[in-house]
Design a protein around this ligand. Sequence first.
Ligand SMILES: NC(=O)c1ccc[n+]([C@@H]2O[C@H](COP(=O)([O-])OP(=O)(O)OC[C@H]3O[C@@H](n4cnc5c(N)ncnc54)[C@H](OP(=O)(O)O)[C@@H]3O)[C@@H](O)[C@H]2O)c1
Length: 243
Amino acid sequence: MRIVVIGATSAIAEHCCRLWAVEGADFVLMARDSAKLEKIAADLTVRGAKSVSLATPEFFDPAAIKAFADATLAGGAVDIVLIAHGWMPLGQDALDIASAEQVLQINAVSPVLFAEAFAGPFAQARRGTIAIIGSVAGDVTRRANYIYGGAKSLLTRYAQGLDHRLFGSGVKVVLIKPGPTDTPMTTHMKAAGQRLATPEQVAQITVDAIRRGKTTVYAPGLWRWIMLIVRHLPRPILNRLPI
Ligand SMILES: NC(=O)c1ccc[n+]([C@@H]2O[C@H](COP(=O)([O-])OP(=O)(O)OC[C@H]3O[C@@H](n4cnc5c(N)ncnc54)[C@H](OP(=O)(O)O)[C@@H]3O)[C@@H](O)[C@H]2O)c1
């Protein structure tokens, strides 16, 4: 099994890789921080990974993203691409406009470009899974993180359309929607005493969903029902909630 992970230093992605490593997977790990990547590669090798190669290409340059995908595919068939990078800054009601653009680039534009770079070759090969980490924040956006949530909602709609495009092609599209999870992204929530899922829990659900080719999965599953209720709240009630 050959697996490409974009944003491989993400805590959730790293725990997915640990589960795949014991199955003897071959990895191509890609992230901006090569020192962190090397540590993760060494750990996965000890855990049973057959091979681990590392890449630190550009996250925002369409030509570099395409070149990365093409070079990776030239090195052998790919079974899974997991797109995991994301950034959720605090205080989005007072974010400067350049940071707002970065939030959209990191959480929406860049993940879509990586998915697109693999979608065509996967369709031609009639195989492969494109897994994208979205968020429950993409179901309903709220004042604390509405720019991040807006970007994640783009991923939700994008994944649905990509799945439509690839229907019957043999290629699977899997969208994972975690709820708040204990990773570096949520240290402020942990400090505030908020209940968080563990990255191990979310990783297990992610790996299972990819194995089964599920189109959308909430992690943990309870979030499906919570978001079903929140999505149906009338706007005057939603706007008054302290969320
Ligand atoms: N934790 C949660 O509560 C939660 C809930 C819903 C969805 N998610 C989503 O789950 C995914 C994984 O996040 P996580 O929780 O595992 O958080 P994490 O451990 O903080 O990982 C974030 C990842 O995004 C990368 N990243 C951030 N800014 C970047 C940039 N400007 N350029 C390139 N890479 C960048 C990080 O790279 P560095 O290691 O170099 O910083 C890291 O690989 C994200 O898509 C996140 O939005 C998380």
